[in-house]
Design a protein around this ligand. Structure first.
Ligand code: 26W
Length: 824
């Protein structure tokens, strides 16, 4: 029914084509005679954009008039990927565009692939934020995303001689999806000092002055919902020198260079996305980014609130701000600064408003990822905020002291200020203290949040402040767009695409698990998707793989805790077994392709050596004539969102094998199962809930449990550590030079043999390779395998990010949807 909304749609193919042509000729000033795919992309994007803008403006107007409570999602990362395909889908004109482009002589797929990814994120956290925006718009929640407009997104990865090389990602050359708002700017202050005085009534006033000013300029991007006219806004801030082009006083004084240098320094703030996703490095520029973005966003939010002329106590009824990890935690003291210093509220009222406004999502319990800013650095850059943080801490510790008078040691443990040298601000504690709800992202993770890092805070605030919202993924991108043929098959059985808005409807396809025709098509789709990845692998990596093989895929950031090393050691083990098999036995072997993909943080040596090892093993195995198609190893270069859309639908098995208790949730696990692949995984993150939903028979779990990890680690040091014998053989092979110079791999091997095997690779190795054997056997029974995959897909409804967003809305934000008016 929603298709009749006229503003979003072209009525005819001709109308669409005319608009594409008009944009190519006039907006781009290009002749149709040399119209290449890049021009076709630009014309299509611009034509579509015109339709989007109408609904975008309408939505914003409606929200302004209705003035409902809004959600503001503060995330330093939004890993959006490409916009065109999604816009075409959400505007509801896939068929028109496909036909129109064909008539103009283009294949839609080729045109779509002209677009560069908007890669403003590292991995899971950034992609989650992108899925959330899609769901927020689809469910008609009045919501804004706030982030930075990085000139360089996550680096492009090239593999040279088997090593990762980072190449800058300058992505803004042509970006039709952003709209500069040169009239929406905010002055942001850094450095300076705080002057205190008493006003006539004797009230203490703090003035932050004599700082350096940098301008924040807003760039907006439309976020269309699926099957609705709601089009929300993603606002990205760009930094600029406060005096415009350059400083005229300096210029006139003959200091031309200095004036340009000032400008460049200001623009550096939003220049580049930090490529670390699990290590806090405490760099000043990163703190600058965080404050710049928080201050600009809060100013914007407060400005919008003040337009409604409501009393300050109404602020939490109008505004919900979600902190995506601790990166935006400075928003808490910044709101306090606005309320106290600029608006003149009293402490208690300001604090109550602040706490009621914020919610904090934690995405990791690993200590090295928890942000702690050095006190001298904060003092220097944000003197007023440091005072406020100390004031917040003082009030909080008083409260703790009153509540637990007999537990003095607790005060030091929970203090926002860590008494180290130098002292550091524990941002996670500040986030907990300044929010009314704290959530983890999968059940196990939320339990760990409650029992480990925030244990004391559960006692202080009571258990209700801490909750769980299990992550989800948008079925629009991760089913319909990535796997159109599977989406069509499901739609053909369910009588339409409603399941894309209500993913629980998928359970109805379980009724077709024995349906011959359905099974045939389901299997054919999987094969076609594997064929597509095989073609891609040939084209890009130059490696030939047989799509009849079992496709085993692990794509995610490279990290020791995610244990790609376990996977590649397993591959080496498999290779050694194959080598010693008789020709007879080899005939019975299930051929397999092991795909890897993912970026290593540029400074993360160990992760880079894992990439190198994978490539070296690939070189040897793939050229071993003796082994042929029995085993191939592929490292897919530069894994990103648009590549994930090709890779995800092509797995038979995907690997989610983190050390138990370390992967907060994982979200690609959900994507792979939704696309008809099974999982090999540990009892970690959302794997546990996936098991609960799809059933134990439809997933391959292995390895030690989270509750045993501490004891195992202890044992490595104080007990007698026995290296798994098969793993020892793998290490001997590496050391012997089978995969080239073993020097680069010393650290990898030593971390397990000599340095305590923190990630329990040895402890889990046997269980891992045994489970891989089970998988080989299970895969040979193609009928039973197919039954498992279909069953699993039908039970994945829970993992829609729509469910997830509804939970946030109800439990944390207390916001209601604002549906678009009926078309008159
Ligand atoms: C300070 C450096 C830094 C930067 C980013 C530390 C930590 C992060 C993120 C929290 C890392 C991240 O992406 N975490 C992932 O979040 C996903 C969404 O909730 C989860 O599915 C993943 O399990 C978790 O690793």
């Amino acid at each position: 029914a929603w298709r009749k909304f006229s503003a979003k749609e072209f009525k005819t193919t001709e109308e669409f084509e005319a608009e594409v042509v008009r944009h190519i000729e006039t907006t781009l000033a290009r002749s149709l005679f040399n119209c290449d795919e890049a021009a076709a992309y630009a014309g299509t994007a611009l034509a579509l954009r015109d339709r989007l803008i109408i609904e975008w403006n309408r939505t914003q107007q409606q929200q302004t008039f209705a003035d409902p409570k809004r959600v503001y999602y503060l995330s330093l990362e939004f890993l959006m990927g490409r916009a065109l395909d999604n816009a075409i889908l959400n505007v509801g004109m896939k068929d028109v565009a496909e036909k129109g482009l064909a008539e103009l002589g283009f294949r839609m797929e080729d045109v779509i692939s002209q677009e560069r990814d908007a890669a403003l994120g590292n991995g899971g956290l950034g992609r989650l934020a992108a899925c959330f925006l899609d769901s927020l718009a689809t469910l008609n929640y009045p919501a804004w995303g706030y982030a930075l407009r990085y000139r360089y997104g996550i680096f492009r990865q090239e593999i040279v001689d088997g090593y990762q090389v980072e190449v800058p990602d300058y992505w803004l050359d042509f970006n039709p999806w952003e709209f500069p708002r040169h009239d929406v700017t905010v002055d942001i202050q850094f450095y300076g000092s705080v002057r205190k005085y008493r006003d006539d009534s004797g009230k203490q006033i703090s003035v932050w002055e004599n700082g350096e000013i940098v301008k924040a300029v807003a760039y907006d991007a439309p976020i269309p919902g699926y099957g609705t006219r709601t089009t929300n806004n993603l606002r990205l801030w760009s930094s600029k020198a406060s005096h415009g082009e350059f400083d005229f006083t300096k210029f006139n004084a003959g200091e031309y260079e200095a004036s340009v240098a000032d400008q460049q320094r200001a623009e550096t703030i939003s220049a580049v996305l930090y490529p670390n996703d699990s290590l806090d490095r405490g760099k000043e520029l990163r703190l600058k980014q965080q404050y710049f973005w928080c201050a600009a966003s809060l100013f914007d939010i407060v400005r919008r609130f003040k337009k409604s002329k409501k009393a300050w106590k109404e602020f939490p009824n109008q505004v919900a701000i979600q902190l995506n990890d601790t990166h935006p935690t400075l928003a808490i003291p910044e709101l306090m600064r606005i309320l106290l210093d600029l608006e003149g509220l009293e402490w208690d009222e300001a604090w109550q408003i602040t706490q009621m406004t914020f919610g904090y999502t934690n995405h990791t319990v690993m200590p090295e990822a928890l942000e702690k800013w050095s006190v001298p650095l904060v003092q220097h850059l944000l003197p007023r905020h440091l005072q406020l943080i100390y004031d917040i801490n003082f009030q909080f510790l008083q409260f703790v002291e009153r509540s637990f008078p007999k537990e003095r040691e607790m005060l030091g443990r929970v203090s926002i200020i860590e008494e180290s040298e130098p002292k550091r601000v524990r941002m996670a504690y500040l986030a907990v203290i300044g929010s009314h709800k704290v959530n983890g992202v999968a059940e196990l993770h939320s339990d760990l949040v409650r029992t480990t890092i925030f244990k004391d805070f559960v006692r202080i605030y009571g258990p209700d402040k801490f909750t769980n919202v299990t992550n989800g993924i948008t079925p629009r991108r991760w089913l319909h767009q990535a796997n159109p043929r599977l989406s069509a098959l499901i739609a053909s059985k369910l009588g339409g695409h409603e399941f894309l808005r209500d993913l629980n409807l998928l359970h109805k396809i379980e009724a077709y698990v024995d349906d011959k025709e359905f099974r045939k098509e389901f299997q054919a789709i999987k094969f076609a998707n594997k064929k597509r990845l095989a073609d891609y692998t040939k084209e890009v990596q130059g490696i030939t793989v047989d799509p009849h093989s079992l496709f085993d895929i692990q794509v995610k950031r490279i990290h020791e805790y995610k244990r790609q090393q376990l996977n590649i050691f397993g591959v080496i083990h498999r290779y050694l077994e194959l080598k010693e098999m008789s020709p007879e036995d080899r005939k019975k072997v299930q051929p397999r392709v092991s795909f890897f993909g993912g970026k290593a943080a540029p400074g993360y040596w160990m992760a880079k050596m894992v990439i190198h090892l994978i490539n070296q093993v690939g070189k040897v195995v793939n050229n071993d004539k003796d082994i042929g198609d029995l085993l191939k190893v592929v490292f897919l270069e530069d894994y990103n969102v648009s590549k994930a859309e090709i890779i995800t639908p092509a797995s038979d098995i995907s690997e989610h094998i983190s050390t138990a208790g370390t992967e907060a949730s994982g979200t690609s696990n959900m994507k792979f199962v939704l696309n008809g692949g099974l999982i090999i995984g540990t009892c970690d993150g959302a794997n546990i809930e996936i098991t609960r939903e799809v059933g134990e028979d439809n997933i391959f779990l292995f390895g030690n449990l989270s509750e045993d990890v501490d004891d195992l680690r202890h044992h490595h040091f104080y007990g007698d550590f026995q290296l798994d014998p098969s793993l020892k053989r793998v290490f001997d092979t590496i050391r012997s030079g089978t995969f080239g110079d073993s020097g680069p791999f010393t650290g990898l091997v030593d971390s397990i043999v000599d340095h305590g095997d923190y990630y329990l690779v040895s402890d889990d190795f046997k269980s891992y390779i045994d489970t891989q054997k089970l998988i080989d056997e299970a895969y040979k029974d193609q009928d039973a395998w197919l039954t498992k995959t279909i069953t699993a897909v039908s039970r994945m409804g829970f993992f829609s990010s729509d469910r997830c967003i509804d939970e946030y809305a109800e439990m944390i934000w207390n916001v209601e949807p604002l549906p678009p008016p009926k078309e008159n």
